[in-house]
Every structure is written in C-alpha cells, then in structure tokens.
Design a protein around this ligand. Structure first.
Ligand code: HEM
Length: 484
C-alpha cells in the first residue's frame, strides 16, 4: 500500500514536472498573441499547469457532452478557450466550425495528438504524422479497404469471423459482449494485415500484448515502473517484434520470388510496393490495427446495447435479416453476397443511429498552422483545437429528441447516411476522413445478420457506454443470451 502511494505521489510529481515543461515550452516564455487578438471567450486557468484537463476528461455517458462541456458551453458559447494539458486550446461544439476545421486540414490546421499518444503508437503512426508521408500511408490505407477489396476479400472473412465468434456462444450463457466484439474485430484485422489466424499461439500472444498496450493508451502518460503507461511501452516493443518477424518472412518470400498465401495481406503489399522504411511499415500496421479494431468493436457493442433497449428496432431488424436468409435458402445459397448487404436497409438505419448516439470517437486533436479567423474570433497560430464531433449528433436543432435511439429517423435518407451527410461526423471529415468507414459498416451489418437470427439477449448487469476518453462499457457490457 505504502509503495503504491509512493508511486502515485512520484507519478504525480513527474507529471507536474512534465506539464511544467510542456506549458513553458508551449508558452515559449513569450506572448504568443498580438495584443489585439479577439480570442474566443473562456480562460486558460484551472489547475496549476494542467489547467482543466481533468474535468475535461471526466468519464460520462457517450450520449451526452458531459458536465464540463455543458457548463462551459452555457457560460461561453459553443467555441471557447481553455488550458488542456498545459496548452492554449480552443474547444468547439459548433458543428459548422468543426467542419471548417476538418476541411481546413493541411491549409489552416493539422493533426496534433498529444506527445504521449505518438510515443506509444509510434512516431510514424498515421495519427501522429502530417504532410507527404501521411498522404502516402493514407493512400495505402484507402487501397487496402477499397470497395473492390471489401467485396472480394473482406466480406467472406467478416462473415466467417462472425460465424466463428457467435458459434461459440451457448444458450443461457453470460459474458462480456464488448470482449467478444473485440475478439471479432481483432481477428479480422490481424488476418488482413498480417495473415495471422484466430486462436493460433502467436495471434493469442499478440492479442494479450495488445490488451496491455491499450490500457496504457487510455492512462496518464507516466513512464514509471508499474504504471500502465510503462507496461504499454513494453508491450509495444513485443508487438513490434511479432510484427517484425512477419515482415521479415514477407521480405524473404519476395526476395526468393515465392508466392505465398500471404501475398494479399497488407504487410506483403507494403513491403512489395512502397519505399517505406521498416520502422514506418511497423508503425503503419500498428496504427491500422488500433484504428480498425477499437472503433468497430465499440460500434458493435453499442448496437448490442441499443437493440436490447429497443424491442421494436430489434423486431424490425430481425424481420429484415430473416427475409434475406429465407430468400437465400430458396435460392440454395448460404453465404452472404454484396447484393444481400445492399438490401439491409433498416440495418443501415440502425448502424447510423448507433454511430450517432454512441459517439465512438468524441473529439479529435488539431492545431492551427497559421492565424485563423472564424466568425469574428482569432485563433493564433500554434494553438490546439479540439473539435467535439459528438456535438453535432446530440444537437436538438439538428436531430429531434437526440437522446432517443430512433433508427427510423434515417429511413428514406439511408443512402445519404454516408459521410457526405454534414451532420454525421462520426468518421471525421475532410482529408482525414476515416478510410475504414465502409469496412466498419460492413462488419456491423454482417455481425448483426448472424446475431439477430440466432439469439435474443438482455443485460446481465446494468451497464452503459462511457467516453473515457475511448468509448467503453465500464463492466464490459455483460449480456445473457438465449438461442432462438
Ligand atoms: C465505427 C468504426 C470507426 C469509427 C467511428 C472511426 C472513426 C475515425 C475517425 C473519427 C478518424 C479521424 C481521426 C482524425 O482525424 O484525427 C478515423 C481515422 C482513421 N480510421 Fe477510422 N473509424 C472506424 C473504423 C475504422 C476501421 C475499421 C479502420 C480499418 C483499419 C479504420 C482506419 C482508420 C485510419 C487508418 C484512420 C487514419 C486516417 C488518416 O489519418 O488519414 N477506421 N477513424
């Protein structure tokens, strides 16, 4: 106990030292603004050095903005300034300004994740980089999840992984639905990234390391023995070793002119077709694993959560999927094809509504790369900007009764659910629009197809989705399932 207390105190003082350094560096010991800047309202106060980071990061239901934002918006309006992690920051719950920020990527703003995220994800992680190297990696990611790839490679595997995961569930059983969704999304990603098969020892080792890695991502960045952050850095190096071994195998096959089963995985394609360095390739694969696994598993968990609370939505979804299954049976087909997927209209309404109300990604990190003017406010060059994506989704002037899970609100406009709809920002927008958006929807739709035809479910314990800052269910979304 005494050791724990000592570690906490030591961590705290280390953190304060770090933040002093950061805040000194960000202030640069000089005034960053011209005296006549018309800054957004608010203040740069709060706790010494860390400002208002702690209240800003307070866990809260993902279907709300949280007390801190509610209070600040009431006091200052949707665009205000604050001290976040020792930096001068503008926070925006204004959907129009947020679109302006996302569209202005590369011209007025650029991605600016906290140093700790870059340290743990790697300096070549897609989240941490800007400019030409980002464009190159982005085009790799876009190609990896293109429409053709979704149809020809992903669909069958998404289906197989869903069948495998759901096939392991037993009538009357209780378990964490969040863990099952994570397993599903993890197995799918490692297969397509590195041809790693579910359940094999190296895949399981990678999964274990990845869980430790994720705990560090969501913790205070304190690199001391015993902290989650330190453990995550250690897991990062083990993960890179496992991935590095796979990369060596691909490079060897390419050099020997051998065609393997792995030739279609991302690792082989990057090793063959790009000039990225080894370090860049490994950071790219790790960031794809992170981006493609945490988010879609959270989205599936949210759908499971919202559907158990909405019997009419459950019923209509079940009818849609039973109809598809009956038609396939009449045609003597078993596996889903692209036309089946396209016919899942109500499913797409459920997916949209889940993403809107669930808010898998609540906010992003950007910074200004020149002085920016917006609606009479000045935001000086170098300031951090945090667009709150969930603000558009929860705005009663945009969505009637926004706290209500209402998939029917998307009926008739289901084809405009795409990211082109300016009021759905769950996949970001502009030059950094999520390249995995269509894959995520495919995963959700296929998983739901098999889930809803095989089981009904209820919460085994009370739980709800929380922004913390990654979306999660505090108890792991424990459900009890019943075979149909
Ligand atoms: C429901 C599921 C998903 C949600 C809500 C989501 C959300 C987002 C958001 C908000 C961003 C923008 C981050 C930023 O601009 O700072 C993003 C970027 C990204 N996402 Fe997704 N995502 C999802 C699924 C996926 C999947 C399945 C993949 C597959 C690997 C993926 C890969 C990526 C990548 C590589 C980026 C970086 C893009 C760039 O920097 O240009 N995402 N995602």
């Amino acid at each position: 106990m005494a050791t724990e207390l000592f570690l906490v105190l030591l961590s705290g003082s280390f953190l304060l030292t770090l933040l002093t350094f950061l805040s000194f560096r960000s202030a640069g010991g000089r005034k960053t603004g011209k005296p006549n800047y018309n800054l957004p309202p608010g203040d740069l106060g709060g706790w010494p050095l860390i400002g208002d980071t702690i209240p800003f990061m307070q866990p809260h239901s993902s279907g709300s903005l949280g007390d801190f934002l509610d209070r600040r918006v009431a006091a200052h309006g949707q665009i205000f300034r604050m001290n976040f992690l020792g930096k001068k920051t503008v926070v925006s719950s204004d959907p129009e300004f947020n679109r302006f920020v996302l569209q202005g990527e590369g011209r007025l703003f650029e991605c600016s994740y906290p140093t700790s995220i870059a340290e743990i994800m790697g300096r070549w992680s897609m989240l941490a980089i800007n400019g030409d190297i980002h464009r190159e990696m982005r085009s790799i990611a876009v190609g990896f999840m293109s429409g053709v790839k979704l149809r020809s490679f992903f669909l069958a595997d998404v289906e197989q992984q869903a069948v495998d995961i759901l096939g392991g569930w037993r009538d009357g059983g209780s378990f964490s639905a969040q863990e099952e969704a994570k397993k599903f999304a993890f197995n799918l990603m490692v297969k397509h990234l590195m041809s790693m098969e579910a359940g094999r020892p190296d895949t399981e080792q990678l999964r274990k390391e990845y869980i430790t890695f994720m705990k560090g991502m969501a913790s205070m960045p304190v690199n001391l023995p015993g902290t989650h952050y330190r453990k995550a850095l250690q897991s990062r190096s083990t993960i890179l070793k496992i991935m590095g071994k796979k990369l060596d195998e691909r490079v060897k096959s390419i050099q020997e002119g051998m065609q393997g089963l792995e030739e279609d995985d991302l690792l082989a394609s990057v090793a063959k077709n790009t000039s990225l360095t080894r370090e860049q390739i490994l950071d790219l694969i790790l960031s794809m694993l992170f981006a493609g696994h945490e988010t879609s598993s959270a989205a599936i968990s949210l759908a499971i959560f919202f559907l158990q609370a909405s019997p009419p939505a459950f019923q209509q979804l079940k009818e849609e999927h039973s109809k598809i299954a009956r038609r396939k049976m009449d045609m003597g087909e078993i596996k889903l094809n692209w036309d089946d997927y396209k016919q899942m209209e109500f499913t797409h309404c459920v997916i949209n509504e889940t993403l809107r109300l669930g808010n898998v990604v609540k906010f992003l990190h950007r910074k200004t790369i020149r002085d920016v003017q917006y609606k009479g406010y000045d935001i000086p060059c170098g300031w951090e900007v945090i667009p709150i994506l969930s603000a558009a989704h929860l705005d009663p002037s945009i969505y009637d009764d926004p706290q209500q899970f209402n998939p029917w609100r998307w009926q008739g406009i289901v084809n405009s659910i795409s990211m082109m709809n300016k009021n759905i920002m769950c996949f970001s927008g502009g030059p950094r629009l999520c390249p995995g958006a269509e894959l995520a929807k495919l995963e959700m739709a296929v998983f739901l197809h098999y889930l809803i035809r095989s089981y009904t479910w209820e919460l085994a314990e009370h739980d709800y989705p929380v922004s913390f800052p990654f979306l999660g269910f505090p108890k792991g979304l424990p459900i009890k399932i019943f075979s149909i």
